[in-house]
Design a protein around this ligand. Structure first.
Ligand code: 13P
Ligand code: SF4
Length: 314
């Protein structure tokens, strides 16, 4: 609509005036992805944040992504359009609980998924994303004792592809855990030639029927390089916008979530936290340069080590 175009135009004007860049995760609304300077998965967003020269970074994603950005760019102003944009996965691992578990397991290295709070990263040896987890775990000696958290499904998948036996935290992402294998099997029967693309945060049975397992960027790359195929996509539906933009002729079928009878609340294949980023909020946060995300210095000093180790190894 005209309103959307006007708002997007104003946002771009403010970015030039204030030397700001907008970064957006693939799961955000399409109009946010369209107005952003850079879109990516969590690894690419962290790498980009480490490199940018801009004075202001508007991180359209969820809170831990803005924290990661701030830790890597302490001198920049990092804005987060809605501070309520949390993450059920990051919430599933409190720093005090991880600290206790670490104390109970001396000699173990702690590997944490990027979907964690800064406080968790501060007591982590190395951070990973779904895009580099295998590569980074492979750098450890085969007999290294490792605690992996908080995503149980990703950890279990990495255990299976590396032949390791890492201790797994029992956390999960409520969006990815909703995908049902029954829905995929049904879609596969209706579309036998379609390949199943799944994010490793999905449950084991879903991964067992997937043809390609990977981070959002890996799935996108696969579809782009094999655009003559048809795809059944088991990850947050926001990614379909970029898939369809890059491969306009290709058919992408979003997997509907499992809706149990009598279920209440949101039962969609979208992350409501990611969808909290709206054009209006981006406009306001740029205009008022608020709200910003800050990380206490002592936490940032420790957390930066585990993030930088990841960037070096990936
Ligand atoms: P990636 O961006 O690493 O694929 O992770 C998906 C996710 O759930 C981000 O919150
Ligand atoms: Fe967190 Fe899941 Fe949302 Fe990603 S999709 S931000 S892991 S709740």
């Amino acid at each position: 609509t005209n309103d959307t175009a006007d708002l997007a135009g104003e946002i771009r004007r403010m970015c030039r005036e204030k030397d700001a860049v907008i970064m957006a995760h693939y799961y955000t609304r399409k109009e946010i992805q369209d107005v952003a300077d850079f879109i990516g998965d969590s690894l690419a967003l962290a790498q980009k944040a480490a490199q940018t020269d801009a004075q202001i970074i508007v991180m359209c994603g969820v809170h831990f992504m803005a924290e990661t950005c701030k830790i890597l760019c302490p001198d920049k102003l990092v804005l987060c359009p809605d501070l309520n944009a949390g993450c059920s996965l990051a919430d599933s691992c409190r720093a005090e609980d991880l600290k206790k578990y670490k104390d109970e397991h001396p000699g173990y290295k702690v590997v944490s998924y990027v979907n964690t709070t800064a406080a968790v990263k501060a007591i982590t040896d190395v951070v990973v994303t779904s895009g580099n987890a295998k590569k980074i775990i492979d750098t450890f000696p085969q007999d290294e004792k490792i605690i992996f958290g908080p995503d149980y499904n990703l950890g279990s998948y990495i255990n299976s592809v590396t032949g390791r036996n890492m201790l797994l935290w029992n956390g999960g992402c409520h969006v990815h855990e909703r995908f049902s294998v029954d829905a995929i099997v049904k879609l596969k029967k209706e579309n036998p030639d379609a390949k199943v693309l799944a994010h490793p945060e999905c449950k084991g049975p879903v991964l067992a029927v997937a043809d390609v397992i990977g981070s959002t960027a890996v799935l996108l790359k696969y579809a782009t390089e094999n655009s003559s195929g048809r795809y059944i996509v088991a990850t947050e539906a926001g990614i379909l916008h970029e898939m369809q933009r890059k491969c306009p002729e290709t058919e992408f079928i979003a997997v509907p979530p499992e809706i149990s009878e009598g279920s209440v609340g949101c039962s969609c294949n979208e992350c409501e936290y990611m969808k909290m980023n709206t054009l209006n909020k981006v406009y306001n946060c740029l205009k008022y340069e608020w709200p910003s995300v800050d990380v206490p210095e002592d936490v940032a000093r420790e957390a930066v080590k585990s993030i930088e180790r990841m960037l070096e190894l990936s």
